[in-house]
Design a protein around this ligand. Structure first.
Ligand code: MF3
Ligand code: CO
Ligand code: CO
Length: 267
């Protein structure tokens, strides 16, 4: 499979799916407090998608070599890097949790994730969450025709490592459209001027996973999905789906509740 370029109708389909995914996160936001279980967050998300007339892309998702993913979203708490499966353990004050939502609407996919700080969290945890958010935007703000995927990865890596954090290598952003994961892969590290050149109509995610400690990750337990940091350090992630426009980018996963870009972004 190769990169797909979206026409006007495809872009409109992606806008709708992207907004719906973001609105699921808006819907969940007031509920993410100490005491709620990630299973309850999953149930609320399923309820919201039903109201929207959207479908979870993750429920039953089964790439080659994986068991079917069992939930409507991913909840990755503290040292969980990604693909955490909702469970019955309540969130507690001081936790940081990534909630990653992918919906399908009229055949188009929208994929976005945010970090939530549960009650008051440590200064170190807050710093990781905020630096990761800014790292994502350092990648997004470079997007325009003519640049290369390596420019995005370089910007993210430079910023994150400049703050003493590390970039996960094993998972990356991805093209998205009528498929959950399409070409190209969008690495969150790299060298300027390398890899594919961006062209108008491309849609892909930027979703850096940044660790407070070492970059290494491992599988956790035997659910076939959960990934944790090897050194048990905290990990954070934010994700948007973006479109390459004629002159720059459009973020497709915006919603009223989505945190605004950092001040250094001139959109
Ligand atoms: N939403 C994730 C991503 O950003 C993928 C989750 S796949 C799942 O690509 F099966 F774990 F849900
Ligand atoms: Co996602
Ligand atoms: Co994604």
């Amino acid at each position: 499979m190769s990169i797909t370029y979206k026409d006007a109708a495809g872009i409109e389909g992606m806008r709708v799916a992207g907004r719906l995914a973001a609105e699921v996160l808006d819907y969940l936001t007031p509920h993410i407090k100490p005491g709620i279980t990630t299973r309850e967050i999953d149930r609320l998300a399923a309820e919201c998608m039903k109201q929207q007339g959207s479908v979870s892309a993750t429920l039953g998702y089964q790439p080659a070599g994986y068991p079917p993913y069992p939930a409507s979203l991913c909840t990755s708490v503290n040292h969980v890097v990604c693909h955490g499966i909702p469970n019955d353990k309540p969130l507690k004050k001081g936790d940081i949790v990534n909630v990653d939502v992918t919906v399908i609407k009229d055949g188009w996919f929208g994929d976005t994730s945010r970090m939530f700080m549960v009650g008051e969290v440590s200064i170190a945890a807050r710093r990781l969450v905020n630096v990761t958010f800014e790292a994502m935007w350092h990648g997004i703000m470079r997007v325009k025709p003519g640049i290369h995927l390596g420019d995005i990865g370089y910007a993210i890596q430079k910023f994150a490592e400049g703050h003493g954090f590390s970039v996960v290598r094993e998972f990356c952003g991805h093209g998205i459209g009528r498929n959950f994961h399409e070409e190209p892969q969008v690495l969150h590290y790299g060298k300027p001027g390398t890899l594919d050149e961006l062209k108008p109509g491309m849609t892909f995610t930027i979703e850096p996973m940044i660790n407070a400690g070492r970059r290494d990750v491992k599988e956790f337990g035997n659910d076939g999905w959960t990934i944790v940091t090897k050194d048990h350090s905290l990990s954070a992630q934010w994700e948007h789906t973006v479109l390459v426009t004629e002159t720059g980018y459009e973020v497709m996963t915006l919603s009223p509740g989505c945190p605004p870009p950092p001040p250094f972004v001139n959109a």
